[in-house]
Design a protein around this ligand. Structure first.
Ligand code: HSE
Length: 303
C-alpha cells in the first residue's frame, strides 16, 4: 500500500478548568492523502486553510510526524512523499490544527506500514511532538478525553457525555500562537486557585457523565490559564458575557485561543448565541466567524 487518505477532527483543549488535561473532538475535519513516491523529496498540495503559506518542508508537521514514525519503523528507509490536504480547521486559533497534522501524519505512516503501532503508542508519539496530550488525544480517540502524563508517558481516558451538547466555536480573525499564549502563564499559581480548578474540573467530568448539565456553567470556570491569557484575545470578557446572556451554559477559551467556544443546550437557540458572540467581538473591532459543532465520537480515521 502506497497511498492513504486520513480524516482528523478539530479539537478543543482545556475545556475551561482542565489545562493540558481535558479535550474534546468536534465535527470539523481536515483530510490528507499521503502517497509514498519513487521520486525523492516532498510534494505538497493544500486546499483551504494555510494554502497560501504551507510549504513542503521537513519542518511542516504533516511531513515531520509521518517521517518520525516511518523512520522509527523502517530504520530510516528513504522515500519520497506527496501530501494533498483539504484543510477546514482554522490555523493558530485553538482548534487543534497542529494536532490534526501530527495525528494525520503518524496515522498515515502507521497504516502504510501495516499498523505496527497501537493507538495508545501513537498517542505517545503525538504527545512527544506536540508537548502535551490534551489536543492529540481527542484527535486520535474522538469524544471527550481526560489525559495525563506519568513518567513522561501520555495516557488518556476517553468518555462520552450522557447527553448531546452544541459547541459554538467563534473564531476571530486574529491568530494567536500557542507558544505566545503559553508564555503568558506563570510558573506557579496560588494554592487556592489550584483547588478552584480541581473542583471545577471534577465537577465538569461528573456533570458530563451524569447528564446533570445544570452544573456546566459553574464547572467550565477556570483560574489556571484564562485570566492570564485574557489580554491576548480582544474583547474576551464581553464575548463570554454575550454567550451567557444569549443562553449558553458558559464559554471558554478553546485550547490556547483565539477561538472562544460556548457550550449550549441543543434545545436552545445556539445560532443566537453565536450571533451575540460575533457581535461582541465586532464591538471591539474584531471580525469573527462561527461554526456550530457537535461532538465527534470517532477520532482519526481512514476515508
Ligand atoms: N493546553 C494547551 C494550552 C492547548 O492551553 O496551551 C493548546 O495547545
Amino acid at each position: 500500500m502506497r497511498k492513504v487518505t486520513i480524516q482528523v477532527p478539530a479539537t478543543s483543549a482545556n475545556c475551561g478548568p482542565g489545562f493540558d488535561s481535558l479535550g474534546l473532538a468536534v465535527n470539523l475535519y481536515n483530510e490528507a492523502t499521503y502517497e509514498v513516491t519513487d521520486t525523492k523529496g516532498f510534494q505538497l498540495e493544500v486546499v483551504g486553510e494555510g494554502a497560501e503559506y504551507l510549504k513542503p518542508f521537513g519542518r511542516n508537521l504533516a511531513f515531520a510526524s509521518f517521517l518520525k514514525l516511518w523512520n522509527k519503523a523502517t530504520d530510516c528507509q528513504r522515500i519520497g512523499l506527496k501530501v494533498s490536504m483539504v484543510n477546514r480547521i482554522p490555523m493558530s486559533r485553538g482548534l487543534g490544527s497542529s494536532s490534526s497534522a501530527i495525528v494525520g501524519g503518524l496515522f498515515a505512516a502507521n497504516i502504510l506500514l501495516g499498523e505496527p503501532y497501537s493507538k495508545d503508542e501513537l498517542l505517545g508519539l503525538a504527545t512527544e511532538i506536540e508537548g502535551h496530550p490534551d489536543n492529540v488525544a481527542p484527535a486520535i480517540y474522538g469524544g471527550f478525553t481526560i489525559s495525563y502524563m506519568e513518567a513522561e508517558k501520555a495516557h488518556s481516558l476517553r468518555l462520552l457525555p450522557a447527553k448531546p451538547l452544541k459547541f459554538v466555536a467563534v473564531v476571530p480573525s486574529s491568530k494567536l500562537a500557542t507558544s505566545l499564549a503559553r508564555q503568558a502563564i506563570p510558573e506557579t499559581v496560588p494554592h487556592k486557585d489550584a483547588v478552584y480548578n480541581t473542583s471545577r474540573a471534577s465537577l465538569l467530568v461528573g456533570s458530563l457523565l451524569s447528564g446533570n448539565y445544570e452544573y456546566l456553567g459553574m464547572s467550565l470556570e477556570d483560574k489556571l490559564h484564562q485570566p492570564y491569557r485574557a489580554h491576548l484575545i480582544t474583547g474576551l470578557a464581553d464575548v463570554f458575557a454575550a454567550a451567557k446572556d444569549a443562553g449558553a451554559y458558559n464559554a471558554i477559551i478553546s485550547g490556547a485561543g483565539s477561538t472562544v467556544m460556548a457550550y449550549v443546550d441543543p434545545a436552545k437557540d445556539y445560532e443566537a448565541v453565536a450571533r451575540a458572540m460575533v457581535k461582541a467581538f465586532a464591538q471591539h473591532g474584531e471580525q469573527a466567524v462561527y461554526h456550530i459543532l457537535d461532538l465527534d465520537t470517532e477520532g482519526v480515521k481512514v476515508i
